[in-house]
Write a new protein. Sequence first.
Length: 491
Amino acid sequence: MAPGAGEESSRPLPEKMKLSPAARLFQSARFNCYIVAIMGCKTTMDPEVIKAGLTQTLLKHPRFSSNLVANDNKFGRKRWVRTTVNLEDHVFVPSFDSVPENPDQFVEDYISHITTTPLDPAKPLWELHLLNVRTSDAESVGVFRIHHSVGDGASLMSLLLACTRQTSDPDKLPTLPAPAKRTAPPGSGRVSRVLSAIWSAVTLIWNTFVDVMVFVATILFLKDTKTPIKGSNGVELNTKRFVHRTISLDHIKLVKNATNTTINDVLLGVTQAGLSRYLNRRYCQNAKDEGANEKKNYLPKHIRLSATILVNLRPTVGIQALADMMAKNSKTKWGNWIGYLLLPFNISLQDDPLDYVRRAKAIIDRKKHSFEAICTYFCAQLLLRILGVELTAATARRAISSTTLAFSNMIGPLEEVSFCGHQLTYLAPSVYGHPHALTIHFQSYVDKMTIVLAVDPNVIPDPQQLLDDLEDSLKLIQEAVVKQGLTKETV
């Protein structure tokens, strides 16, 4: 139930700035979250070039050049205070005596290791690690680690993209896909439109009421089924591992167009299918009979499994506005109004793979017709005023820990981009510090989609297998589209 980063103005003028409600929440002991953004580059990284680029971009943003300082009063509330940034304290370039035998594993271990220590609160709460290690999908890897109090994920991703330029034209900012326009359903006449509007209002009120009641019940007593992927109490303190897999965005669009759905519908359908396959395998491994095989259905009936999703309640600040703010010191609103919603997952083995997409569409369409996210946002604001930060954080933690995973999807550039002159091959953002053993994030980039998993290895010891199941699920859904004659394209 955490609110977003709020309506703070990203301007360099005020020497001291109050923390937004979300920043206060993310600074609490029960909700200490970080954002990790992994960037794969097509060339070796030049640290001096990147530092020079950061000086002209990120360092001009108030949150990346401010410390958190406690006020000298009885309340002790912290404020952002501008400071001089020493890049040597924030940009790290580790040297290696020899080339790692398994570079991919080495990078995973490195990222996992740096998340075990907190950022220094006496400095701006971010750092960048430059790993000139050639992996299977990049010549080098950059890893941003940013405290969640600096901003929400959508705003920070927009800010990072505002620091990039099109590789084909270094003077141009990236182009992001335009949001789909909503069209009113055709009506046979004025009476039918009025009746449709009345029915829509009634269902909106009912859906909102039901969703809010379920959210309250989740805080009080309603918990997900204890499955092999659900973390136990204290899971947010465990060291996480971050893995990713890049798949074709065109394959996802093929399914979207053939089924008349959205990319979000397809991604949720693929995730439900992949989790069903993975959980069935885990239950199969736990089966005691010698004839156990993964083709049989070992899933318990009526599994309750849900995801926590953050919803932006106002449009994200455009990357052009953020770029102007860094270049011209113009005024730009920073952060978003954010609410939570709970998304139920259907965990089962379906004979028709397209059923996963159809059910996902029904779930998302139902959630779109609800004010759940708005209600959770205002409830969180109210709790902050009445209960204070720590009790509100405890309430948020209780709600999130009752669910199984965090799920999100972000759109990326339509063309190849470069960060401080270094062309990117993939983007893989994620988050840690919240009470989940599994976070699934989808990030698009040109014609690719990157699946990013943040897992507790004590709960999910084989994240690559889960990535395999997600990728295989997309292939099965795509094959079903072709077999059923919904598209003329071949797999």
